[in-house]
Design a protein. Structure first.
Length: 126
């Protein structure tokens, strides 16, 4: 009951290539999560892999449904926008919280705070 057999060859070839490339990039990002040793290294590989892989898979979906159903591609565009906006923010928040935790625990392998003018936090509840 699939209408994918109706997809013309000029559209099927790029769709297949985008799906394979997106899946491969996501797989490489997942393997980086396993292979990298530190938390900070593990942040980057899955984040970049998931973002790039999701974008390529969504582009393949956009091509498929634009050709087959002649419909708007708003869903895929929204997925791409939300992935592009939320993935870097999540990466930064996880990295900053891990860095804060490591500094509080006194680990020596994390970068220290830069020397400079310290903000006045006397009136703040931190």
């Amino acid at each position: 009951m699939s209408h994918l057999t109706d997809l013309p060859a000029w559209a099927a070839i790029p769709v297949c290539m985008l799906l394979l490339l997106g899946s491969a990039i996501t797989l490489i990002g997942s393997m980086g999560l396993i292979r990298l040793k530190t938390f900070y290294g593990r942040l980057h590989a899955p984040t970049l892999g998931a973002s790039a892989g999701t974008i390529l898979i969504c582009v393949a979906s956009m091509i498929t449904f634009a050709v087959l159903q002649n419909r708007w591609i708003l869903h895929e565009v929204l997925i791409i926008v939300f992935v592009i906006l939320t993935t870097p923010v999540t990466l930064m928040l996880l990295g900053q919280s891990a860095l804060y935790r490591d500094r509080i625990e006194g680990k020596n392998d994390v970068p220290g705070k830069t020397t400079g003018e310290q903000p006045d936090t006397s009136g703040m509840d931190i």
